[in-house]
Design a binder for this molecule. Structure first.
Ligand code: ADP
Ligand code: MG
Length: 318
């Protein structure tokens, strides 16, 4: 079982490549789930068919299912399920001083809706119905925030736990009894989930992040930052796709030749900037890559993912 995340600057081809890779894996017989955590969902545009917040089969591709995770919807569900517990924890704040309460609010909950997407992902992976999980992430800034969330959430949980601890101390002193409340189970449950997400994202046997870029100076600068940040987060990165490379295959018109000249420096820069990454250059096509037929023409090597899976299988990791 493997998770492959596709990330990079907006418009470079993340959705296209995640979708093309998913189709290739499924065509090769792997049970594959294609997911999107980008609020501007576009799997349906790439696949040219309906994709919704529930997992559903992709028509025309045996073994492939797809889902557009709606963080907002999950957050509502989460609030319905756990709102009372969170409120309970916060209300114990009456036993706290101003500083404690400020701390809680400054940590605040924004971003919790995004972490929900990962919680959903882990739940889907735990069901074990698929061999590959391909995640089309939001543009760089967003996806990094999403990847940082386990840490943010951890901080939040620690703060809540401190509140709980003080509260328990006060109450047990007053009441001279041990207390146990659902809020504790909730906190421990969250903690476990966050740990699981972190372990998964950092485990090279189960996860990798494919970086997508195009040969343009600004994109390469942002890609450098992305790769550095992923390194800091200890998320395995092995592959880079440089998309939309101009071809001079047919001699090239003056316009293409000029674009090619423009791209040459950037391609060189890419090679020098990421010597540790296996790089694939993909040609710029005359039309958007939409629909199964065109997506199947994208020559993304699934050996990138499958070779490791064979090893993982041999080690009993799958
Ligand atoms: N190699 C390519 N040649 C031509 N068009 C491409 C290529 N790769 C992607 N596209 C098109 O570029 C647009 C943006 O791609 P998309 O995958 O949605 O980017 P992202 O998800 O990174 O924002 C889409 O219309 C897609 O069909
Ligand atoms: Mg996209």
């Amino acid at each position: 079982m493997r998770l492959v995340l596709f990330g990079g600057k907006g418009g470079v081809g993340k959705t296209t490549l995640a979708t093309a890779a998913a189709i290739r894996l499924a065509d090769a017989g792997w049970r594959t789930l294609l997911l999107s955590s980008d609020p501007a969902h576009s799997l349906r545009d790439a696949l040219e068919q309906e994709v919704g917040p529930e997992v559903r089969a992709v028509e025309g591709v045996a073994n492939l299912r797809a889902v557009e995770i709606s963080a907002e919807r999950l957050f509502l569900k989460f609030k319905e399920e756990h709102g009372a517990e969170i409120k309970g924890i916060l209300e114990t704040g009456t036993y706290l001083d101003e500083g404690d309460i400020d701390e809680l609010f400054s940590l605040s909950i924004p971003g919790l809706d995004e972490v929900m997407a990962f919680v959903e992902l882990v739940e889907l992976m735990e069901r074990g119905e698929h061999e590959f999980y391909l995640l089309d992430t939001a543009p760089t800034g967003h996806s990094l925030r999403l990847l940082l969330l386990p840490e943010l959430l951890d901080e939040w949980i620690r703060a809540l736990a401190r509140v709980r601890y003080k509260y328990r101390y006060v109450v047990s002193r007053l009441a001279r009894r041990e207390i146990h409340e659902p809020a504790d189970d909730f906190l421990f449950g969250m903690k476990r989930t966050v740990r699981e997400i972190q372990r998964l994202l950092r485990d090279p046997a189960r996860c990798e992040f494919v970086v997508v870029a195009i040969p343009e100076a600004m994109v390469i600068a942002e890609t450098r930052r992305l790769v550095e940040e992923l390194g800091r987060l200890q998320i395995p990165v092995r592959h880079l796709v440089v998309n939309r490379v101009v071809s001079l295959e047919h001699g090239g018109c003056p316009f293409c030749r000029e674009r090619w000249e423009e791209q040459r420096g950037s391609l060189q820069e890419c090679e020098e900037a990421f010597p540790q990454l296996t790089t694939l250059r993909l040609l710029d096509r005359p039309r958007p890559v939409k629909g199964l037929r065109r997506l199947r023409e994208i020559p993304l090597p699934i050996q990138w993912f499958v070779a490791d899976t064979a090893v993982a299988t041999a080690q009993g990791l799958r």
